[in-house]
Design a protein around this ligand. Sequence first.
Ligand code: FEO
Length: 400
Amino acid sequence: MDNDLQTVQISEGIYWVGAIDWNLRDFHGYETPKGGSYNTYLIIDEKITLIDTVKAPFFEEMLGRISQIVDPSKIDYIVSNHVEMDHSSSLPAMMEASPKAKLVCSAKGKKGLYEHYREMGFEKWDIQVVKTGDEISIGKKTMQFIEVVMLHWPDSMHTYLKEDRILFSNDAFGQHIATSERFEDQVEGVMEDAQIYYANILMPFGKQVLGYAEKVKQMGLKFDMIVPAHGVIWRKEPERIIESYVKWANAETKPQVLIVYDTMWNSTEIMAKEILEGVQSAGVDVKLRNLRNNDWSKITTELMDASVVAIGSPTLNNGMFFTVAGFLSYIKGLRPKNKKFFVFGSYGWGGGAVKGVEKELIESGFEISEPGLQVNFRPFEEDRAKCREIGKRLASLAKE
Ligand code: FEO
């Protein structure tokens, strides 16, 4: 075991003992160009407690960090705030290393852990199921639990350390970044990374976010730190991240047009650029994103802010281009709100892309605010002029 692994004391008796995934570039399909981390915390009190575990390939690293501070066999409680495997896949090995530990989780967490680990020792685990408001005293410190159903899984739970006013929020309020620093005020641009994370993971759960903010207020919780399981810790006015989540959950948009497209022989790209010219000439902020050379995780974040979205697809084999189909499938699941859509594209014979994209958008519950435009083979000046005119109309829609 590596004895040089660093731990970080984040507060009196509370240590970060997780792992940094410097080379993570894809988190179940969502691009993570800055890497990621799996944060776990060791609390030293009369009862020794571990909050969450790491993704399985990082188990030895976490165990090494824990061992710098305490013999893992002395751990009394392991809290599993969330079943997803980036936080639980080293739980079977951790339960072996801490044979006297009681596992603490929600009722849905217990069911989820059974479904993952019933052939990996689950039956032997001593499990204590907790619900919102339940408390466990570990000595000078008290853990209080808050179920956060569908933030973002049914089993999700937060652990609040009452005396220290520290919230262990697991996935909520996280960011996918790899850094040697552990606090938000030590790193540039964390709020932007938090928004990318929100857009790609939590966007469908705005209603639950608003319910959570209300519940926290009713419970009268105050925070000195909000400590997610991914990225860095919010310690400077930590409520800022809850306020940002409320703003994002309310789906507030800006007067912005986002043009998302793909192209085969540049015809759809020419249309996209003419639409951009039209929007710009009307003095409205506009972004142009080709699906084949931009991170979809970033496009999705820009989609949150935009009030108008133009989607361009050439026709390939009587239908929409495959990247456009993939993107529509991606955003259908994320359910962005308060958007007006417009569809455009080129075709050779038969067509199909524009109608196909419009049908998909309507079936997904999105609003189309401008009839689609398709151009045969190449956009000539008459078509280009139409695109610029449409750009001006989209600019007006964005300002409404
Ligand atoms: Fe970080 Fe839902 O897992």
